[in-house]
Design a protein around this ligand. Structure first.
Ligand code: COS
Length: 379
């Protein structure tokens, strides 16, 4: 796809920042599992935390392609940083920007866009993962307020969020995905607790934690959109979020590929660079081909969203392909590097662990196939 001048500029900005500020700390924060608060704040100053926020609310109001380019460039060097930016923009900011009232946007978007505090999204529960309609958290109307009770799991950025968007059942009689509403819950509301950060295989520096809500009272003004429409809003949010996970996966694949190609050109065995053995050359050819296909799908999903088209199927295809590609490419990259690839001396083992999340978060590969299949069968 032909990028315009603005898109090239923002990609270069993200590339420079990733190389100079993120790459030097990526291995260490993976080891320590420490959230990179300082670089995340800097990304706020650069506008990367306000990419999906309209300019009138302090954001950049970027097109979807520019947003994906930023996420890809950051993820090329660090999946945890990429995921932090993606979850904040797609799952935290976008639903408020797209569905919120003027008052909600004016209150919650400017601090999120500047990086003062992040926004986060609480859908998943112990019994509501792939079956997102299985939400058990409840919200009961009490005069001008709603009272929320329940718990959530695997919530990204929650320790650093100023507010979260939470789904809760508001009509206990309604079956399945019906009768669910979405609420904006400021994290300093009494009764709201972010529990201990999870210790994960990959994306170790990204913040993931369970939440508990005990008699959390939020004003009726914090109901997002219409009562009972929460499931649809979350499905719409995930459609967009899947593009950003495709971009994270694409970035990880490109990052690992670059390391493997350079290594293969330099590493000599049996008297010549290993890239000159067809076994390695063909591996690189397959990796490059899958990356190119993932990129085309991801940019096409961006184009469709920017054009106001029904992009849900393309987003699912992009996420499915890019995340499976990231697994393949990072695996092959380790293989090409051999023993070195299996150590923390090179970033490919970290990228392999980070890539795995992309086949699970925001809908597993199996859920993406369900979404794609349902679109096909409804044609
Ligand atoms: N956009 C808007 N509305 C949508 C939608 C979308 N992408 N997808 C579904 N809906 C609507 C449907 O039109 C339907 O509306 P009606 O009740 O008016 O008919 C309603 O939502 C229920 O849809 P459906 O019957 O398809 O829901 P299912 O329970 O079968 O769930 C899947 C569908 C599996 C696709 C959904 O649960 C899903 O995406 N699960 C994965 C969740 C996930 O990604 N979790 C990870 C979160 S990590 S942040």
């Amino acid at each position: 796809m032909q990028l315009n001048e603005n898109q090239k500029m923002i990609r270069q900005m993200a590339r420079d920042f990733a190389k100079s500020k993120i790459a030097p700390i990526a291995a260490e924060i993976d080891r320590s599992a420490e959230f990179p608060a300082a670089t995340v704040k800097e990304m706020g100053s650069l506008g990367f935390l306000g990419l999906t926020v309209p300019e009138e609310f302090g954001g950049v109001g970027a097109d979807v392609t520019s947003y994906a380019l930023v996420v890809e460039e950051i993820s090329r060097v660090c999946g945890s940083h990429g995921l932090t930016v993606a979850a904040h923009n797609s799952l935290g900011c976008w639903p408020i920007a797209a569905i919120g009232t003027q008052e909600q946007k004016a209150k919650f978007l400017p601090p999120a866009a500047s990086g003062e505090s992040l926004l986060s999204f609480g859908l998943t529960e112990a019994g509501a993962g792939s079956d997102a309609g299985g939400t058990r958290t409840t919200a009961v109307r009490d005069g001008d307020h709603w009272v929320l009770n329940g718990s959530k799991m695997w919530i990204t950025n929650s320790h650093y969020a100023g507010a979260l968007i939470i789904t809760a059942k508001t009509d206990p009689e309604a079956k399945g995905s019906r009768g669910i509403s979405a609420f904006i819950v400021p994290t300093d509301t009494p009764g709201f607790t972010v529990e201990k950060k999870e210790n994960k295989l990959g994306m170790r520096a990204s913040d993931t934690a369970p939440l508990t809500l005990e008699d959390v009272r939020v004003p009726h003004e914090y109901l997002l959109g219409k009562e009972g429409e929460g499931f649809k809003y979350f499905m719409m949010t995930l459609d967009g979020g899947r593009i950003s996970i495709a971009a994270v996966a694409l970035g990880l694949a490109v990052g690992a590929y670059d390391v493997a190609r350079e290594y293969a050109k330099e590493r000599e065995q049996f008297g010549k660079p290993i890239a000159q053995f067809q076994a390695i050359e063909f591996m690189l050819a397959d990796m490059a081909t899958q990356i190119a296909a993932s990129r085309l799908l991801t940019y096409e999903a961006c184009r469709q969203k920017d054009a106001g088209m029904d992009y849900g199927q393309m987003a699912a295809m992009a996420k499915l392909h890019a995340s499976e590609t990231a697994m393949l490419v990072t695996d092959r990259a380790i293989q090409i590097l051999g023993g070195y690839g299996f150590t923390t001396e090179y970033p490919v083992e970290r990228m392999y662990r980070d890539a795995k999340l992309c086949t699970i978060g925001e809908g597993t590969s199996e859920i993406q196939r369900m979404v794609i299949g349902r679109h096909e069968l409804s044609l």
